[in-house]
Write a protein that binds this ligand. Sequence first.
Ligand SMILES: NC(=O)c1ccc[n+]([C@@H]2O[C@H](COP(=O)([O-])OP(=O)(O)OC[C@H]3O[C@@H](n4cnc5c(N)ncnc54)[C@H](O)[C@@H]3O)[C@@H](O)[C@H]2O)c1
Length: 349
Amino acid sequence: MRNWETPFGPVYVGKKAFQALDAWLLEHRETYSHVLILTDEHVHEACIPFILGSLSNLGETSILEIEAGESSKSMDLLGQLYLAMLDHQADRQSLVISIGGGVVTDLGGMLTSTFMRGVDHVLIPTSLLGMVDASIGGKTGVNVGGFKNLAGTFASSRGVFVQPDLLNSLPEAHWRAGWAECIKHAYLLGSPVWGEAKALSELDRLRTLLPTLMEAKIQRIQADPFEQGNERKALNLGHSMAHAAEAQLGPSLLHGDAVAAGLWLEFDIAESIGLCDYADVAAMKNIIDQWWPARLKLNEEMLNRLRGDKKNHAGTVRMALPGAPGASVTLTEVSESNIKKALASYASY
Ligand SMILES: NC(=O)c1ccc[n+]([C@@H]2O[C@H](COP(=O)([O-])OP(=O)(O)OC[C@H]3O[C@@H](n4cnc5c(N)ncnc54)[C@H](O)[C@@H]3O)[C@@H](O)[C@H]2O)c1
């Protein structure tokens, strides 16, 4: 098992991650008045029995189950969850354990950092995307009026516990969605991991690479916890266009599939403005084309959505754009014409 300390709490990964959680529960369980588990219906069925069977010190729990999918990251559902917490007699001494993909852990983070001004939180990510990205780094969020993560907080947790065997039940489409964030992390790490990503033929191999890919994010969180410099902003690679695509196409588009398209488009833009070499752009586009052969139906409506992006400054659209594998990422102003050109080239491919 590997573990790290981060500014937002400890992170554990490996087959013994639940032993670490159980040891923590042994020490702390009696300080909590209630333990509530937040999960969605798929994860409830696929993962909760195994997790509960692995934790002998958990004691009594209540389960709050939400509908699976991006639509659940809403202010509406957040409001309902506050009230459901009260129905379960939750108070400020309660502990919430979020068990699920990025939707559950983002929503759980928002819930726990605001319910009665904050209760303790433990995260058990169950999707590849959740393990490698969403559960790490303290960002929480809900979508508002079609804008991704418009409301959110930075919040610490008592721990993130990653048990890779939970991936056994993850549907194929969500393996691929998680792969998109892994590609981003591999590019940020550079050689040799970027080389492995380019040559990868089986997504199952990602189980072995998991700690390395998690570390790509952890290092940047440790260097720049609140995204004040460029270290953490690098993790937004591909995400300006991804969030705009999600806003245009709605919650049925998987976040990871949007990130794949976002990487393609932002690498195209980076090449147009001379930030990134042709060979590196071609390598990124090749991976995306290989794993996402169908194009998303994107249009210039995305431009409106880009204007609501959190990286913007004084009304100009700014994106975290790539330089070279393993090198730093630059927050760059991007013109509408560069965005339109990238969209045209993506559509005509
Ligand atoms: N906070 C952050 O830093 C951060 C970073 C990246 C992404 N995100 C957010 O993460 C969200 C996407 O997360 P996601 O891709 O995990 O989506 P998700 O939470 O919707 O999970 C994907 C699907 O897989 C199912 N599932 C998850 N684990 C399973 C398992 N082990 N077995 C069977 N089914 C399982 C879920 O029920 C769901 O249907 C987006 O809202 C995105 O904005 C947040």
